[in-house]
Structure formats: C-alpha cells, structure tokens
Ligand binder design. Structure first.
Ligand SMILES: *[C@@H]1O[C@H](CO)[C@@H](O)[C@H](O)[C@H]1NC(C)=O
Ligand SMILES: *[C@@H]1O[C@H](CO)[C@@H](O)[C@H](O)[C@H]1NC(C)=O
Ligand SMILES: *[C@@H]1O[C@H](CO)[C@@H](O)[C@H](O)[C@H]1NC(C)=O
Ligand SMILES: *[C@@H]1O[C@H](CO)[C@@H](O)[C@H](O)[C@H]1NC(C)=O
Length: 721
C-alpha cells in the first residue's frame, strides 16, 4: 500500500492519525484535580450564550533530540518558521468557522507522577497521592513536553495533615479554547512513511469530553522540500487540526448529543450511536446533521443516509470514504491543496460532535458527486459509466475539477474505481510555467494561464493541418486526433456559463454539456457541465498561484484601503482582476520580484491585503529591506487604473506579523473554529464527579495506562499504582 501510494506522485500523502491517536492517553480532568472554584474551560460568561469563535493557541516545542540529529544543513529555523506559518494560516482558515471560554489549564496524569495513593475511604486523603514517582519527567503530548505553566499542580498527601505542594498550578493559558503543541522532527513515523507530511493527536479533553490540547508533528524533510507548497502544508495542517479537534475514530464515541440545541447544555449526554455498519459491512457515520448534509449533496433529500468511512487501518476510521467524498479535507489521502475543500459534510460532523457550533457559510462546495444520487460512489456502479466522475480504461482526460489534465487510474482507497488523476508532470493548466516556450509548435492551440482549465478536445490547427496535408505522411495526423485533456483559457460570464479561448481564436461561448467548434481548428471541444463557474469554486486558491515557500523569520502583512469611483461595486471576477492590478503596482513600487508577495486579496469594501516573505529561489533583498522600501514609497498614494476608473490608496498599514523567540512561540491564534459554545452547568457536573469519585479512582475516560489496582491491606491504605 505504501509503495502504491508513493507512485501517485509527490503530493499524495497518507494520514496516520488513527495509529497516532491510539498511542496517546486521553486525559480528562480528575475530580481530585479540580480546584474548588473549578470552571470548565467551556463555561460561558454569565449572561452570554452566543457562540464565541474557537481560539486556538499554538506553542512551538523545540525538539532537543531530533533538532540536532536531523539538521544536516542547519535548516532548523527555516523549518520552524515554515511550520508556524502553515499553522497560522490553517488556524486563520478556521476563523469564524468553529466557535467556544477562561484560562486553559491542563491535567496531569496521576499514573505518571504518583506511585501509590491512599486507599482508606472516609479520610480526606482518600485516593490522594501517597508516594511520588521519583522518575516523573512531567507531562508530554505526542512527544511534546508540556510546560509546567500550562499544567495543574500536584501534591503529596501525608497520612494526616495538610498536603505538601510539589508543584503549584501554573497560570494556564489565557483566552484559549484549544492548545496545539507544534513539533518539527524526523520521527520514526516520518522515516517509515516518507510521504507523510504531518500527523497529530488529541491528548486532553475537558469535562464534557471536548478536545482541549493536542500536538501536531511536522516531518522535517517536507518543510524544506520544494515539491510541497506552502498551501499544501497549510491544508495538511488543517486536516490534522480537525482530527485533533474531534474528527477521530477514537473520539466519535465521545461525541455529545444535545437535544435542546447546543446552547442549552442541560440535557446533553454522550451520543448513543455515532457509527454503525450497514448490511454490506460498510462502516458509516450516522449522526443527523452529517446524514442530512450528504443527502443534500447527493440530491436525495429525505433519504436517511450514513456517510461511509474509509477503513484503511483496522476497525477505527477517521476519514471519509474517498470514492464518495473525493476532494474533502477529511479523506485519507491528500493530493494537493488546490484539489481539497473544507466541505459542508465535514463541518456537519463538527456540529454533530455536540462541542461546536458551525458557521456553515465558511464551507467550500464539494463538486465530486454533487447531485449524483444514491448509487453514486459504490464499487458496483463506478465502473458502469453511469457517472462521469469516474472513468474506465486508462485513457487521458481531465481531472474532475478541470484544473488538471488527468489519466484514468485508481489507488487503494478507490477500491477498483477509476478517476482521472492529475498527470505526474505538467498536469496543471493554471500554471503558466507548464506552457510552451515561445515559438514552439502548439498544434492543439493550448494556453496555460491562471484562468485556463482542462477541456476534453481533439482540436487541431487548420493552418498546420493544411500545411501538412501536402505531405502525405501527415494526413493521418488530423484523422487520428484523439479526444484528450487540453488546456484552454476560460472566463465565466455568469453562474454555469462561460466562454473559452484557444490560441489565436476569438472568445467562443461554451454551453455546458455541448461540444463546440473553434474557428481556425478542426475537431471539437467539449464544454463540461456542472464543473466550471460554480459559485464557491475555490478559484481564489487557483488564481493566486499556490505559495511555494518557507517563511523567513520576518513576515509582513500589508493592508491598503482603496478609494474607487462612487457607487461602483465590484463582482468577484473584477475584484480578482483589480487585485492583480494593485499587486503589479505594488511590485513595481517595492522594486522587487513578485515572489515576495503571497495570497493577495481584495474585499468588497476595497481593502487589499497581501502577505510578504521571501520564498526560496527569490532573488533580491531581504524582507527587512522590502519593509523599508514600502514604508517609504507608500507615503505617496498608489494609483491603479482598472476598468475605466482610478483606484487610489486612502491608507496603508504594514504589519510585521512574525519573529519568534528561540524557545517557544505563542502565536495567539484566534480561531473561530468552532463552534461551539459549551455551556456547562458547573454545579451539575460537579455533583456527577462527586458521585463517580466515590465509586472509582482515576479518570472516568477510558484510559490506556495500567489500571489503578487496589491492594488495600491492614497496614495502611497504600495502593500500588
Ligand atoms: C462565518 O463565515 C463567514 C465566511 O467565512 C464570515 O464572513 C463570517 O464573519 C463568519 N461568521 C461569524 C459569526 O464568525
Ligand atoms: C430536559 O429534560 C427534562 C426531562 O426530560 C425536561 O423536562 C426539560 O424540559 C429538558 N430541558 C430542556 C432545556 O430541554
Ligand atoms: C516527469 O519529468 C521528469 C523530469 O522532467 C522526468 O524525469 C520524468 O520521467 C517525468 N515523468 C513522467 C511520468 O513523464
Ligand atoms: C473529434 O472527436 C469527435 C468526437 O469523437 C469526432 O466525431 C471527430 O471526428 C473528431 N475530429 C477530429 C478532427 O479528430
């Protein structure tokens, strides 16, 4: 399996979440660790019941061992800042998507710090630590050592009298709902699975089982690999972050059901059923919002559907079945940021977890299988030609998003179904670099451009064929022209309507579902239906070339407020073009290369933003110099002429958003992920804890460490742990 996956190309990477999560003890606060004024991290401020954006804080934990061992070129800092930049951007993408409140303080695992506890009920020291573990090295999460400042303290209890504090409670982390530790390392997992970009696990839950903390480990070699772009790393980070936040085979059984709505926590309970097997043995996620969301996607509303899960590593599964949900952020293999969406069905799962409220307007539309009905994506139907998302044989065509040329092929998670997968080389129509050098023969009139897409066509230049017709040997050339994927320029005229342009031809309208002829060419061009010029198509990701760079320490963010003609509001397409025009102006002002500028965008209220850092291969001055150049030249307003009107900068803001201290970086990511506001009725939960505490010791969550064993004897209530 591993070998097969590696053949699919550099960007295909498998996710090892299940295996990783299995190796982690999930800690949940213990009654004995709750201070008397305990408030869950999720307790709302009094009176406020509106969901708050989820705040994710990341914390870089330097790896003492692998830093030295895997740093032949001294690239440590570069990797670190690249990982952090990716983390920041992934967190930003969840801003306003998931919503939740108090300083976050993590628990210690008594099985680690304590050798034995007192076992005499009805004494104040019952179940308290009577003997410390001298070898206790503190708490860690997937190899990241958790700073004491983030942890509750612990104490040693004598037989009588007050406890002796060994370590007091840390100050905790303010304004944070989820704490993510970040490591960059060359671990054995990275070694074993060379395509692995990153993996993550959740380590601590709050009293409602909502994930509180986790770790993401980036495999060091990919952070300096030119083959993996910055947006690939961001997307892989987002995928792992979503696992750690609750999309995990091992967390499904902890999901909450809140029948009175997520804002009323009173009658919430652990969900009775999250997954089940259907009559064919397929594992399904069956919670209501997810099922509804899939039914809506397939166009079969009202049919109760579960969403199939991929079972690639045993009975637990943390990924959607790829045959059905190709392109979703939560499928098991990752084939590039441009082809991956934060889709509504994945967001529905976060709503069903009971921990988050979801802002569905942030969802990115999933094109794969849309409106394709109940039979879509089954192993039994994918080879029958009933759906044009799948193909048969091994011919050439277009990837279903039409950004890439593809060849009809399969992979282990497709289980025999075949689809047009991007070619190994130069598949991207939207990359100018893939095009022909000037003067090269281009008989099919292809155009590679950020607005080009893949079209099934057999166009051949008449001029060329006419010339060649004089040579008998080449008459067959035209007759043989086979239908294949070709790159041509497109532009949307309205939703689901577009025109195409072939080298040297005028713009020709391309009615979806029809085949058209192009002046100057023999043959036909097929206009795909339901694929191009859909709203939310994710064109942003395509129009701005994917970022392939690692950040240097300095990262700048520039915002420009533009003033345009009054009463002139711009559509998406126009904003993209204006963005490009402003960027051009800025590049010439800065006197640098374009490779410093990343993710430009413009809002409807005409605020232009762009991030700046120096990509590898960028020739020129440091970002510090660019900062100085821009600060000086932007004192004079920038003027951009676009669409018959002048746009002028009214103000500019230049922020230095990075720079880190060597040991640890708090990025203070405010993320609106989730969602959910966990409203906790503190008194009620405390009673429940109390009840449990009289019955059992130790965390109430399933626990992989050795069970506490009672060996209460006559001499004195000491139990071995
Ligand atoms: C929901 O998401 C949209 C789109 O990302 C965003 O504009 C909006 O501010 C978000 N709403 C909230 C309440 O965060
Ligand atoms: C919680 O459940 C009880 C008993 O079923 C019911 O009486 C009460 O109204 C419920 N509370 C809410 C907020 O739905
Ligand atoms: C892709 O390009 C590389 C370098 O140009 C070449 O070595 C390799 O054979 C190509 N692979 C395919 C499948 O064409
Ligand atoms: C192009 O393909 C169409 C449909 O397969 C076919 O009818 C036509 O003859 C082909 N034209 C050329 C020039 O190859």
């Amino acid at each position: 399996m591993l070998q097969l996956l590696l053949l699919l190309g550099a960007a295909t990477s498998r996710c090892l979440h299940d295996e990783t999560q299995k190796s982690v003890n999930l800690l949940r606060p213990l009654f004995s660790q709750l201070p008397s004024n305990f408030r869950s991290s999720s307790l709302t401020l009094s009176g406020s019941r509106d969901p708050q954006p989820l705040r994710i804080q990341s914390c870089y934990i330097r790896d003492p061992v692998s830093d030295g061992a895997w740093d032949p070129e001294g690239d440590g800092m570069r990797r670190e800042s690249r990982a952090l930049a990716a983390m920041r951007e992934a967190a930003q993408r969840l801003q306003g998507v998931l919503a939740v409140q108090g300083a976050l303080l993590l628990s210690r695992d008594p099985a680690q710090y304590c050798h034995a506890v007192w076992g005499e009920p009805d004494t104040p020291n019952y179940h308290r630590c009577s003997l410390l573990n001298p070898g206790y090295k503190g708490e860690s999460c997937l190899g990241a050592k958790i700073p004491d400042a983030h942890l509750r303290g612990y104490a040693l209890w004598p037989e009588q009298g007050p406890p002796q504090l060994v370590q007091p409670d840390g100050p905790g982390v303010q304004n944070t709902d989820f704490l993510l530790y970040v490591r960059v390392a060359h671990t054995s997992k990275c070694h074993r699975e060379p395509s692995l970009i990153a993996y993550a696990a959740c380590c601590q839950l709050d009293s409602e089982d909502r994930p509180l903390a986790g770790t993401i480990v980036y495999c060091a070699q990919h952070l300096t690999s030119p083959r993996i772009t910055h947006s690939d790393i961001v997307t892989a980070t987002l995928h792992e972050l979503l696992h750690a936040l609750g999309f995990s085979g091992q967390l499904f059984k902890k999901w909450w059901d809140c029948p009175s709505g997520p804002n009323v926590r009173e009658n919430c309970s652990t969900r009775q059923q999250v997954t089940r097997r259907d009559e064919w043995g397929q594992l399904l996620l069956t919670t209501p919002t997810v099922s509804h969301s899939l039914a809506k996607h397939l166009g079969v509303l009202g049919v109760p559907l579960g969403v199939p899960l991929e079972e690639e590593q045993g009975p637990l599964s943390s990924h959607w079945e790829a045959r059905l949900l190709q392109g979703s952020i939560m499928t098991a293999t990752f084939d590039g940021a441009q082809r991956t969406r934060l889709d509504p069905i994945t967001l529905a799962a976060f709503k069903d977890s009971g921990w988050y409220q979801v802002n569905h307007s942030a969802a990115e539309k999933l094109l794969w299988g849309q409106g394709s009905g109940l039979e879509f994506g089954l192993v039994t139907t994918c080879g029958t030609g009933s759906s044009d998302f799948f193909c048969t044989g091994s011919g050439l065509g277009c990837h279903y998003l039409h950004l890439d040329k593809g060849s009809c092929s399969s992979d282990p998670v497709l289980e025999g179904c075949r689809m047009y997968k991007p070619l190994a080389n130069r598949s991207e129509c939207w990359k100018k670099e893939n095009g022909f050098p000037p003067g090269a023969e281009n008989p099919h009139g292809e155009i590679y451009h950020s607005q080009s897409r893949c079209f099934l066509a057999n166009l051949t230049s008449q001029l060329l064929s006419g010339d060649k017709a004089r040579h008998p040997s080449q008459i067959s050339y035209q007759e043989e022209a086979e239908l294949t994927g070709r790159c041509y320029l497109h532009q949307c005229t309205e939703r689901e309507a577009y025109m195409v342009q072939v080298e040297g031809s005028p713009w020709v309208s391309c009615p979806p579902g029809k085949a058209i002829q192009i002046p100057g060419y023999y043959g036909l061009l097929f206009c795909p239906r339901g694929r191009l010029c859909q709203t939310n198509e994710g064109t942003d990701a395509v129009t701005s070339p994917p970022m392939s760079c690692s950040t240097q320490d300095l990262l700048l963010k520039l915002s420009l407020g533009l003033a345009g003609p009054l009463g002139h509001s711009l559509g998406k397409q126009e904003r993209e073009e204006l963005t490009e025009a402003v960027l051009q102006a800025l590049v010439s002002r800065g006197g640098t290369d374009r490779c410093y500028f990343h993710s430009p965008s413009i809002t409807t209220s005409l605020v232009f933003t762009v991030h700046m850092w120096k990509s590898p291969g960028c020739q020129g001055p440091s970002v510090g110099m660019l900062h100085r150049a821009l600060t000086l030249t932007l004192q004079k307003p920038l003027e951009v002429y676009y669409g018959g009107a002048n746009f002028t900068t009214e103000y500019s803001k230049l922020l230095v958003t990075s720079g880190h201290n060597p040991s640890m970086t708090h990025l203070g990511l405010s993320i609106g992920l989730c969602l959910m506001l966990l409203i906790l009725v503190a008194a009620l939960r405390t009673v429940a804890y109390r009840k449990r505490a009289t019955l059992q010791v130790g965390p109430s969550a399933p626990y992989h460490s050795p069970e506490l064993q009672s060996t209460r004897g006559p001499v004195g209530g000491i139990r071995e742990v």
